[in-house]
Design a protein around this ligand. Structure first.
Ligand code: ZN
Length: 182
């Protein structure tokens, strides 16, 4: 199913920016997830996954983008802002987004492992909380899925090659028996 019809060229422009952030994660060997926060047509916060690089659970793309946007506006509230993210937010990021009072979240690919924008849970729109976020999913879904698939494919290839070279090392013939001509 394609929902591309509901998105504007501007939406696409910002999701491309989120994908650029995801590419930065790839360059660090991190799972490629990127996000940008937009206010009045301008990007005020960018982020990409840096969990391994920064050794912190908190270094998700959305959290970094929220921090930067907070700094930019000088407020913990992100009312009037929209987050574009390549992969559906997890429980931590969805929680932070609700806390930020952000207006809208635009999602690229759905996450079947941790999606809390409607896939596993819908934290973004839970009526029990004091704030609900408008959620739209499926913007440039193919591109957002492809970058993850490419990363995991390369990772598997690298792991396979590493195992092969380890196996080759352990299978190396022992030093030849001394061949004395005595
Ligand atoms: Zn997250």
């Amino acid at each position: 199913m394609t929902t591309d019809g509901i998105f504007t060229p501007e939406d696409r422009k910002f999701m491309k920016e989120a994908l650029k952030q995801a590419e930065k994660a790839i360059a660090l060997g991190e799972v490629p997830i990127g996000a940008v926060i937009v206010e009045n047509g301008k990007i005020i916060g960018r982020g990409y996954n840096r969990r391994n690089t920064d050794h912190t659970t908190l270094a998700h793309a959305e959290i970094t983008a929220i921090r930067k946007a907070n700094r930019k506006v000088g407020d913990w509230r992100l009312e009037g802002c929209t987050l574009y993210v390549t992969l559906e937010p997890c429980q931590m990021c969805a929680g932070a987004l609700v806390q930020s009072r952000i207006d809208k979240v635009v999602i690229g690919a759905s996450s079947y492992k941790s999606g809390c924008g409607g896939t596993l849970l819908n934290i973004l729109q839970n009526e029990a909380f004091n704030h609900q976020v408008e959620v739209v999913s499926g913007l440039m879904q193919e591109e957002c899925t492809e970058i993850l698939q490419r990363f995991f494919k390369d990772l598997r290839k690298r792991n396979k090659m590493r195992k092969k070279s380890e196996a080759a090392e352990s299978a190396e013939p022992a030093a030849p028996e001394s061949t004395s001509f005595d």
